[in-house]
Design a protein around this ligand. Structure first.
Ligand code: CP
Length: 290
């Protein structure tokens, strides 16, 4: 998948699996910048047409079941992309559709972001197996969960640092450890961000207030205050460590401006790679995997 993403970055129009144009349904139950534009641009570059559906614009969820929607869309669309809240909805869509379904973020996982992050780290560091990456902050959110599974799959040593009260789900930790045992990677949880970052090749964070948690903002800022990525924290990592953030970023909270706007930051490459990685994912699902 990452080889395909690198190829599509070099040769953006070299694969046209949606030629026709065929159409792809792209649902947003939550707001988005990167996901919206990267899927719209990516589907067009693959020869297709993106049907973007904003909250309240379709019958899905309110007036029509997910399973009936999946059956209808399978007759018209070549692909379904859905950003939503409950992960169970995505599973129901996938179970009832005959075209590929892509999770473009749920409350539990954000796998498209992980593909882009892996592409970015590979560009900067070469091969992924054996590298150490530390995710600092809300370890219980969709990014914390996805780093565990995705980076373990890549054979990396994934460290996650967060408060005791905001650790990843136990079943996801167990799954990631099982995966790491087969890839040569490892999974380690920390409450001390300094210990977690020591010697890391990559340091990563995410917003402390995810979509849907706005009412808890003051409480969450207090909980995660010790997990801010500062120049002092970055100094604990390898001298050539890189900094990643899936964006949008809050410079007054989870990351200091000197870090995100400094020389170790690769966040703009990371954002761009959403386009290339998702094109690779779509091309693979539509053609290369058959
Ligand atoms: N990282 C990410 O998913 O960005 P958007 O919420 O803007 O799509």
């Amino acid at each position: 998948m990452l080889d395909l993403a690198a190829r599509l970055k070099r040769e953006p129009y070299s694969l046209r699996p949606l030629e026709g144009p065929q159409s792809a349904a792209v649902f947003f139950d939550k707001t988005s910048t990167r996901t919206r534009f990267s899927f719209a641009a990516g589907i067009a570059a693959l020869g297709g047409n993106a049907v973007i559906v904003n909250p309240g614009e379709a019958q899905l969820g309110a007036k029509e079941s997910i399973s009936d929607t999946a059956k209808v869309l399978s007759r018209m669309m070549s692909l379904i992309v859905w950003r939503t809240f409950a992960h169970a909805g995505l599973e129901e869509m996938a179970a009832n559709s005959t075209v590929p379904d892509i999770n473009s973020l749920s409350d539990d996982f954000h796998p498209c972001q992980i593909l882009a992050d892996l592409q970015t780290i590979r560009e900067q560091k070469g091969e992924l197996p054996g590298l150490t990456a530390t995710y600092v902050g809300d370890a219980a959110n969709n990014m914390g969960h996805s780093y565990l599974l995705g980076f373990a799959t890549a054979g990396m040593h994934i460290r996650v640092a967060g408060p005791e009260t905001h650790m990843p789900r136990a079943d996801i930790i167990a799954d990631a450890k099982k995966i790491a045992a087969t890839t040569g990677g490892s999974v380690t949880l920390f409450t001390d961000p300094v210990a977690a970052v020591q010697g890391a090749d990559a340091v990563i964070t995410d917003t402390w207030v995810s979509m849907g948690q706005e009412a808890e903002k003051a409480e969450r800022v207090a909980i995660f205050g010790d997990y801010r990525v500062t120049p002092q924290l970055m100094a604990e990592a390898k001298p050539d460590a890189i900094f990643l953030h899936c964006l949008p970023a809050y410079r007054e909270f989870e990351v200091a401006p000197e870090v995100i706007d400094g020389p170790q930051s690769v966040v703009w490459d990371e954002a761009e790679n959403r386009l290339h990685a998702q094109k690779a994912l779509m091309a693979w699902l539509l053609k290369e995997s058959k």
